[in-house]
Write a protein that binds this ligand. Sequence first.
Ligand code: MSP
Length: 504
Amino acid sequence: MAEFFISTPIYYVNDVPHLGHAYSTINADAFARWHRGLGDKVYFLTGTDEYGQKVAESAQRAAMPVDVWTNMYAERFESTWKLLLISYDDFIRTTQDRHRIAVRKFLQALYDNGYIYLGKYNGSYCVSCEAYYSNNDAPDGICPVHKKRLVQMEEENYFFRLSFFQDALLKWYGDVPDAVIPDFRRNEAFAFIKSGLEDVSISRTSLSWGISLPWDEGHVCYVWFDALVNYLTGIGYGNEDASFEAFWANSHHVLGKDIIRFHCVWWPAMCMAAGLEPPSKLLVHGWLLVRGEKMAKSGGNGVDPSDLVATYGADTVRYFLLREYVLGSDGDFSLEAIEARYDTDLANNIGNLVSRVTNVVEKSLGGVTPKWSGQAIKPDVLAQFVSRATSAWTNFNSSKALEEVQGLVKATNAMLEDRAPWKSSDSYELQQILGDALTVLQIVAILVSPALVEASVKILDAIGVDAKSALNDFSLYLEPQSYVGGSVISKAAPLFPRLKAIRA
Ligand code: MSP
């Protein structure tokens, strides 16, 4: 058993959650569930990013006290994650005391280590990104992400000596080639570091909505600088206990491509400056697009995940996002795409396999489940599917893992078509065919469980396997011999009814 720490980005509370945010969170949730099932001690952290100019201005525009505003939005995120069956262990809000304490401790460490100095900032800023832009990045003075005019800022600020860490970062990227997944995102971060790093401004005097610097209370910490530290706050930075060390030594951050520089350049350098190891892995995903444009509040094209859950159920939304998009690349979202996945992968393939197998077991074997025989499904073929799917999950490749599961389901459905147990009265043959098909279902239930949280339990129940035990010990239940049969089952209710039936 090993500690496994996984986080999502923390979400700005100026916006209601949309499917793009859900995509970050569902990925992290699936990886957390996979590792729990392997027996790891998992800490899954999500939360909200509540300081900074953007949030302060949103509350002001709504004429609301900022704490009322942040409470309202933080609740929206929490309730949406509950609807999507997100199994977080901790929901951090950057306005919590524990975070202020951790950030001040972290900043003091950087200051004491000589990596922070007082300087003057003069340059361009995008409030929506809460980010500075150099002339190279935005030569026309327009934010490349939000397409809004950048504002000129001139202030006396504290700076972080990011430039000092250029060589150390390049060395780290060389020593740990898979620290950023996928490769092309790693190369992007590496090229940026190679092109030369400038020091970054990390404080503000023009704003009071933030965490004040411990050595100069007149400055508040720049929102990104405090936000990144949430990953440490969550696992108890500052308490200096063994649990913090163990989780930090195996830390994984899921993030979108728009926040690569903060996570893949600033954050490892900040950790080095504080005397910590950089994070173990940065898992960068692409954007969900709507007709080619990033799904976003500012784009007016945000899809509310709660609406999708109400129509299709949480499992379908989770499965769709994890199967449809390849981690790292952008992908277009449409209702047609979600419905196509539902019809083919869920209703026709998995749902059909469950109902036809349980049906024949009830009809032809009096409901008594036979055990794995390895005669109808070749053990080596099964082992190959399992090995490809498990290594895909372990390598954070959910679409590949679920593709392998579909391959296994299709192969089993094809075997059933071929052997047609519903026509057979040879009980020996029936035992072999159905024992193997039931075994596949047990294995399928485990391999899809990070995505299909509810359906995986239903599949295991339907085939007479104790779901709680199986979902707590993937390795054991992925072994075909562990399916011993001997339960009494009956035909399962349809797992994924036709969409027409859902709508009716
Ligand atoms: N608050 C910062 C993160 C600080 S982490 C220390 C932030 N918040 S955000 O709410 O704007 O975005 C949070 C996450 O949602 C990011 O990973 C971002 O990539 C993701 N998404 C927002 N819109 C998205 C899509 N349209 N598609 C996929 N993910 C997108 O940035």
